[in-house]
Design a protein around this ligand. Structure first.
Ligand SMILES: Cc1cc2nc3c(=O)[nH]c(=O)nc-3n(C[C@H](O)[C@H](O)[C@H](O)COP(=O)(O)OP(=O)(O)OC[C@H]3O[C@@H](n4cnc5c(N)ncnc54)[C@H](O)[C@@H]3O)c2cc1C
Length: 469
């Protein structure tokens, strides 16, 4: 490193932008597998952990700690359980992992710095200090530039609601983050937004002893929900096998979702048998008990999206309005945590863009990308041919496309790398039992169904990639 009037020149093998879950899992894997590689990690935040730094105080993982984080460090308290790490456990974990990185002597962390995205023709990689005016890092990259912030995670505290809030009601409208630090009590709560954050807000209020009759929940569009019991160390195998069977045997998306519902893998919030099937799926995961607990609240408001909150009305465009009062707290939960993204190539010539290669799984995916980067060295064609980017689901058709890609990738990885540490990765949801390669042999029907299923993948992927076609 040398510096000249605020310019610091650095040289590294990998320049990684983002010390969130994706960047940390990638660096961990490359650092462990290649004993000489060096890294510069830049993040706009002061600490590693990405969006967990901004998350609401009572947030937890929604799937399971035993397959989250980085490969080289345990996060779970009990590997036999689906324990859900809290925000604070997550931040302590990423601090510990970063300290381990720094102790290797091969990682330089630049907190509170911002990467300057390059214009065409720019040669340099430039990272600017946010806190020190005039301090700029010019980074020479020997191997790869790694974009570890491509997922564009949105959390309520950094999100501006799309509805109008009248001036005289603003102090009664808060993001979910503020529920944990209220200055006064309210007679009634209206939770706006019905993804995982929305149900977390409702459950938090119920757990604090708020009467169900004081809670209304604005449910703008119905979602499918995963039942968390399938994400346990002893149930994940069955989860994978059931999905392969259903995707292999059914072509129609509606039928796929109804069969998964019959098996108890998916749930809907609304019990009404005459209601339309939900159209959306965002990987939100809850237990049946949580779903049942929210059924007793005063009202599910199904009038579409809120467009305005006034002193005495919550307005839903031309679909109507409901009354509100000065004693009502409106809790915003409308940030779409992981928005739909166009799929980009993962391996460019001198760039890696971290994206999921397994449905809704950022950490295992990023470690897999790191594994390929080391094992395949300069053979970019091999890396590109083995894994593809999995869509991030919003519509239920996207989920089907995401699972096709997930299985394509798992089959290719299992065949080629099972003896090189792919089987048994801590981050694998199947790390407590036989991997796909073994399942393949044990369940003799599986290969046939899987082949049939994979033959349909392109149809769904084309729909995801060209939604308007
Ligand atoms: C509430 C919640 C619960 C979740 N639970 C689970 C779960 O149980 N299991 C699971 O598998 N997944 C879960 N997820 C999803 C998963 O955790 C996230 O998708 C993942 O953490 C995203 O990590 P990331 O590194 O891609 O993004 P981020 O966490 O957003 O990190 C990106 C980082 O890049 C930095 N950055 C951006 N631009 C720049 C720049 N120009 N220069 C420098 N730095 C920059 C940002 O400051 C940020 O720190 C959950 C997500 C949420 C929101």
């Amino acid at each position: 490193m040398n510096s000249n009037e605020g310019i610091v020149n650095l040289e590294t093998d990998y320049l990684v932008i983002g010390a969130g879950a994706a960047g940390m899992a990638f660096v961990d894997e490359v650092l462990s597998r290649c004993k000489t590689s060096t890294f510069v990690i830049s993040d706009q935040l002061a600490r590693p952990g990405g969006h967990w730094n901004h998350a609401y105080p009572f947030v937890t993982l929604h799937q399971g700690s035993y397959f989250y984080g980085v490969n080289s460090e345990v996060l779970e308290r009990d590997p036999r359980e689906i324990d859900l790490s809290s925000k604070h456990e997550m931040l302590a974990y990423y601090d510990k992992v970063m300290r381990k990185f720094l102790a290797s002597g091969r990682v330089t962390f630049l907190p509170q710095t911002s990467y300057q995205w390059r214009e065409d023709g720019d040669e340099d990689h430039v990272v600017k200090s946010i806190i020190l005016s005039g301090v700029t890092y010019h980074v020479t990259v020997r191997k790869k530039f790694v974009n570890a912030c491509a997922q564009q995670i949105k959390v309520p505290s950094t999100h501006v609601p799309s509805y109008q809030i009248d001036k005289d009601v603003r102090e009664n409208c808060v993001p979910i983050n503020e529920l944990g630090s209220l200055k006064r009590s309210y007679e009634e709560f209206v939770v706006i937004g019905n993804g995982k954050t929305g149900i977390d807000a409702v459950l938090y209020l119920l757990n604090q002893g708020v009467s169900p009759s004081s809670i209304r929940w604005v449910v703008s569009r119905e979602l499918w929900w995963y039942d968390r019991k399938w994400f346990g160390p002893s149930s994940a195998q069955d989860f994978i096998i059931e999905i392969i069977r259903v995707l292999g045997e059914e072509d129609d998306t509606g039928a796929i979702f109804r069969r998964l519902e019959d098996k108890g893998i998916l749930m809907r919030m609304q019990d009404d048998p005459d209601a339309e099937d939900p159209k959306l799926f965002r990987c939100a995961t809850i237990t049946k008990a949580e779903r049942d607990a929210v059924q007793n609240i005063k009202e599910f408001v199904r009038l579409g999206h809120v467009t305005r909150i006034t002193r005495d009305r919550i307005v839903f465009g031309d679909r109507g309005s409901i009354p509100t009062t000065a004693n009502t707290l409106h809790v915003d939960c409308t940030a779409n945590g992981l928005p739909r993204q166009a799929r980009k190539p993962i391996f460019g010539d001198d760039t890696i863009t971290l994206q999921p290669v397994l449905s809704c799984n950022v950490t295992w995916s990023s470690a897999i990308i790191g594994m390929l980067e080391v094992l395949e060295g300069n053979n970019e064609d091999a890396k590109r041919s083995i894994i593809k980017t999995a869509p991030h689901p919003e519509a239920k058709e996207d989920w089907v496309a995401a699972f096709y890609v997930t299985f394509q990738n798992l089959v290719a990885l299992s065949k080629k790398y099972r003896r090189q540490g792919f089987d048994g990765m801590r981050l694998s949801i199947m790390n407590h039992g036989p991997m796909l390669s073994t399942l393949y042999k044990e369940h003799f029907v599986l290969p046939k169904i899987l082949d049939k299923m994979l033959a349909k993948a392109e149809i769904f992927l084309n729909k995801y990639d060209s939604p308007s076609a």
